[in-house]
Design a protein around this ligand. Structure first.
Ligand code: ZN
Length: 447
């Protein structure tokens, strides 16, 4: 296999990476149909800048007039190879913790720092310059190559939904928004609320993001001391003050819920004795300390992607209303329809109603498929690393279309700084990814 990545390509790619990182492209407004930009001015700017860059690299570009997505094409052929990237980022987090300015790409000791350098602007630049290197080397394309640029991957994927509504679905491809070697299966995602009656006896407000196992849960009502005793006996950490008791668990990502300790479940399990509100009883009796939904569904697990994860993310009870938010990751061989049916039945016994919040289908491209084999062979050849392809509970754009896998750009063992302060990409790894991607595009489009 050839290495197409020249010094010139490396230098050009860095200045293009700076162009993208220097635009703060996190979501600043809720979607609005009233003209303007659906996710804010920053995201629109980065989309236009990226399409401008693609034009400079010799591609034909298209900007969705409503600003939800864009794409860039090169070459002709009966089949289309798609590479799906996202241009939005998460906000900078705690500015005081950054050593550099998050939205000024800064090169220091072989690392390019800035929000988005790992997720997903760096990998996006890696695939774009991998393509450019092939063009510079005079390779001919006999399949069409299409880069699709999404704009709200960090929230609800509305850009990709709209793309699929109006545009051509590529025949196969990959998404540079995961880890090497390659992810060929991702569990289905289902986030939902269970809602029920309010209460004038118990008030609870345990907020949290759907994809996070809550680390702490507060309670301000009666019987705090009895709760404290129960927690002590069970060796559960808590803090008791005159106003409230806080119980502590361990926070992890919802996709690995079984590695954490859910503070809301700990609280509900003990609280059910004193406050038999239906939402609390449901949690105590049907969830307990389980992170796999066993008491509701039985054992849900398969060989490809492992067991179901079930995360109670937030709980709120006031005078009018009770609401539990739950995040579930479903093994690839199970359908959400059957599980939702079971769930509705169990919830109804507690007077709770199911309400869908977000759903993403699972991803599964068999390990012995041509796509997976081709990309894995390239990775092995280029790195000498013989790790097997992976499955994951996380979500990338790969699941938004059939025949897509997540392929890099994060290397095993490299610091994972996506969504954190001081996000940075090691330049040697950026170039290595570019080299792998060039061969991948070559084999998928030029052979
Ligand atoms: Zn990403």
């Amino acid at each position: 296999m050839k290495n197409y990545i020249t010094q010139v390509i490396k230098e050009q790619s860095l200045s293009s990476l700076e162009r993208l990182v220097n635009i703060p492209s996190y979501i600043t407004q809720a979607e609005s149909e009233e003209g303007g930009f659906p996710f804010g001015e920053g995201i629109d700017r980065v989309l236009k800048e990226t399409l401008q860059l693609c034009k400079e690299l010799g591609m034909d570009t298209y900007y969705d007039p409503k600003g939800y997505y864009g794409y860039a094409d090169y070459g002709e052929g009966k089949e289309t190879v798609g590479i799906l990237c996202h241009l939005d980022v998460v906000p900078e987090g705690d500015t005081a913790k950054w050593h550099t300015s998050p939205f000024v790409a800064t090169e220091l000791d072989g690392v390019m720092y800035g929000r988005g350098t790992q997720d997903d602007k760096g990998p996006t630049i890696a695939v774009l310059y991998a393509f450019k290197a092939l063009v510079d080397a005079g390779e001919t394309f006999n399949r069409k190559l299409r880069f699709v640029f999404g704009t709200d991957e960090e929230s609800l994927w509305r850009g990709m939904d709209r793309y699929k509504q109006y545009e051509e679905i590529p025949d196969m491809g990959f998404v540079p928004d995961g880890a090497f070697p390659l992810t060929y299966a991702e569990k289905g995602l289902l986030q939902f609320k269970l809602t029920g009656p309010g209460s004038d006896k118990v008030k609870l407000n345990c907020p949290g993001a759907p994809n996070v196992v809550p680390a702490a849960a507060d309670y301000q009502g009666v019987e705090k001391k009895s709760l404290a005793e129960a927690f002590s006996q069970k060796g559960i950490q808590y803090k008791l003050t005159d106003e409230q008791i806080t119980v502590y668990g361990k926070s992890v990502h919802a996709s690995t819920a079984f590695k954490g300790v859910n503070a809301i479940n700990l609280l509900a399990t003990q609280l059910a004795v004193f406050q038999p509100h239906p939402a609390i009883s449901f949690l105590a009796e049907k969830v307990g300390e389980e992170a796999n939904g066993f008491s509701i569904f039985g054992k849900i697990s398969d060989e490809i992607s492992g067991q179901l994860t079930f995360n109670v993310a937030s709980l709120r009870i006031d005078e009018n209303h009770a609401e539990i938010m739950i995040d579930m990751r479903i093994p690839v061989s199970f359908s959400s329809t059957e599980l939702v049916k079971q769930l509705k039945e169990v919830a109804a016994d507690y007077g709770l109603e199911y309400q869908k919040y977000d759903e993403l289908p699972s991803l599964y491209v068999p390990k012995d498929s041509l796509l997976v084999k081709t990309l894995m062979d390239i990775y092995k050849d280029k790195t000498g690393d013989h790790q097997e392809p992976m499955t994951s509970g996380g979500a990338t754009y790969a699941r938004s279309m059939p025949n897509m896998v997540a392929f890099g750009a994060h290397f095993p063992g490299s610091p994972s700084l996506a969504h954190q302060e001081n996000e940075g990409i090691i330049l040697e790894e950026l170039y290595k990814a570019m080299d792998i991607y060039a061969e991948a595009i070559y084999q998928l489009c030029c052979k």
